[in-house]
Design a protein around this ligand. Structure first.
Ligand code: NAD
Length: 306
């Protein structure tokens, strides 16, 4: 298979690195000049659970010309429309396009550029970081849940198999929308709160008021998820959040890393902001999600990011 990784930052490098271990052709797509230069001149350096340098082709999206078998989308959420526009030339009849971004609403964005028969949506709990251009830091294990937009499991079986050959632990999920909501809910309760309060996950869950905030945001996510996706395992998602709060107690969530530590715009509009938007459409009030979205927007504005 010819596989392009559209957005080869932290997660794109993880996927590129692991897929390079299979007998498929993998090409990284990115437009970050120093990153392209570093990977072309020295290879992709991987540290963390393994120490290795691999040679992987990398190019800007508009330089790619060969029709893809698979394109894995791994930009930040607000970068997705531009990426989809730029990769139109490599999407043909046989191409499948898979979104593994965090957050809600990406299938709707994809449908503006890609036919339904080509769209796959998914969610991943793998983690990845970058130490600098061309230097990926990869630790821990994870998994992928994915589904074909039209439910055509057979047409994507070879893709699931390829991910598993690469050790990426993929499962075809007939109800991936619930898995996407579960991850969005985890991110939605921890990310903006820890970012606004400048605290770790353990510190947030360790206070009565923090837990109250978490519970109220959770309730809004579940109410809107039920209206949109039908059956949602509310008890299971709450347990997942509480387990994660224990396991990752000393961590700052990714939004804190983006905004507070690296002064980067966040994905809030695709988490709590999306819940506000969807809630409005179905008549469900979401005041807690609205408040944290406004606060994150304000913080972004104070940092000159919007
Ligand atoms: P990142 O910022 O490290 O990588 C995104 C890359 O996309 C950047 O290198 C950027 O240059 C590139 N890009 C964006 N628009 C482009 C365009 N039009 N043309 C070419 N290149 C373009 O982000 P990340 O941490 O890898 O996250 C990607 C997605 O995966 C996000 O939705 C994130 O929430 C999700 N995610 C990340 C992790 C993690 O541990 N990093 C874990 C799970 C999910």
């Amino acid at each position: 298979m010819l596989v392009y990784i559209a957005g080869s930052g932290a997660m794109g490098c993880r996927f590129g690195y692991q897929l390079s271990k299979t007998d498929n052709e993998v090409i990284l797509l990115d437009n970050w000049e120093e990153h392209i230069e570093a990977i072309r001149s020295q290879g992709l350096k991987v540290t963390g659970d393994v120490e290795e340098t691999v040679q992987l082709p990398i190019m800007r999206p508009l330089e790619a010309t060969r029709e893809a078998d698979l394109i894995i989308l791994l930009t930040k959420a607000d970068q997705l429309p531009k990426m989809l526009q730029d990769i139109k030339g490599i999407i043909g009849k046989k191409t499948k396009v898979l979104s593994l971004l965090n957050g809600l609403g990406h299938a709707t964005t994809m449908r503006r550029y890609v036919p339904d028969s080509s769209i796959m949506v998914g969610v991943t709990i793998w983690l990845a970081g970058l130490k600098g251009p061309g230097q990926a830091h990869l630790k821990g294990t994870g998994s992928i849940f994915l589904q074909h937009m039209q439910g055509d499991r057979e047409s994507v079986a070879s893709i699931v198999e390829m991910f598993n050959q690469a050790g990426l632990n993929a499962t075809y999920d007939d109800n991936v929308i619930e898995s996407i909501w579960r991850k969005a809910c985890v991110n939605g309760v921890m990310n903006p709160t820890c970012t606004i309060l400048d605290c770790t996950i353990g510190e947030l869950f360790g206070t009565e008021a923090g837990l109250n905030l978490v519970q109220n945001i959770f309730n809004e996510f579940i109410a809107v998820a039920k209206a949109e996706a039908g059956s949602i395992d509310e008890t299971g998602i709450w347990k997942y959040i509480m387990d994660m709060a224990k396991d990752a107690a000393t961590h700052y969530p990714s939004m804190h890393q983006d905004l507070v530590q690296n002064k980067r715009k966040t994905e809030i509009d695709y988490l709590n902001g999306a819940v506000v938007f969807k809630g409005r459409r179905v008549g469900i009030p979401t005041p807690y999600c609205q408040m944290v979205t406004d606060m994150i927007h304000a913080k972004e504005a104070l940092l000159g990011l919007r």
